[in-house]
Write a protein that binds this ligand. Sequence first.
Ligand SMILES: [Zn+2]
Length: 248
Amino acid sequence: MIRSLQRRAFTVPELLAVIALIVIIISILLPSLGKARLITRQAGCQNNQHQLVIGWRSYVSDHGMKMMGAHTHRSQHDWVVNSTSPSLPSNETEEALKNGRMYDYVGTLDIYRCPDEPNEHYLRSYSMNNYVGGAGWYVNVQSRTSSLPKPNKTMIFIDEPDPRGYNWGSWVIFPKGHAQQEQWIDWAASFHNGGAGCVLSFADGRAEYWRWEDTRTSDIQWFYENHPGNVDLDRLQEVFNPGDVGNP
Ligand SMILES: [Zn+2]
């Protein structure tokens, strides 16, 4: 019996070899586990925005094709309704989200926040495109889906970073054809895939991950940065007010 046990026991070199093998396996698996987590959070954001657009579409259906307001403080028809301007360190409150027209349709606060939102105290990561139910800002703002020239190419929500501590108002950029078209106003987040891209969603309900091509896009620190030739800004302008003419 003793001889049998001794035969089964590992020698020190064998144990070291097993440990080395385990370390190698873990080192191979860890990066892919990290990558899987990134993809899961990105998919969670796409699901959030998809649900928000479904809520947005339901509101449109119930209101004769009229869209809810894209702002966060201008009227009781806005998707989020702040009664006062939020300011640091306090952020937009749960009450502002619950008072908004979107909450009537989605009934949960969980989907207003991107899973990769870096600011712990932010309740909301998404902003709504000003072109769909906003106000002014160099485009012919539309109030009904029936008047959108290209609804399925029109962005509704986007991950937005806001260094002020809250996503105030709607999401705005200069449209194509404007004299300042190479300048940002608001900009897009780089929350996903380790800072490489952003999720945005469209009137038909689809939500897409966009990877930024220009390194300047991920480095924006404040409003109105000037980026001549930035292909990411150009691409966003294509979905900001597609088909809109005559008001650059
Ligand atoms: Zn996101």
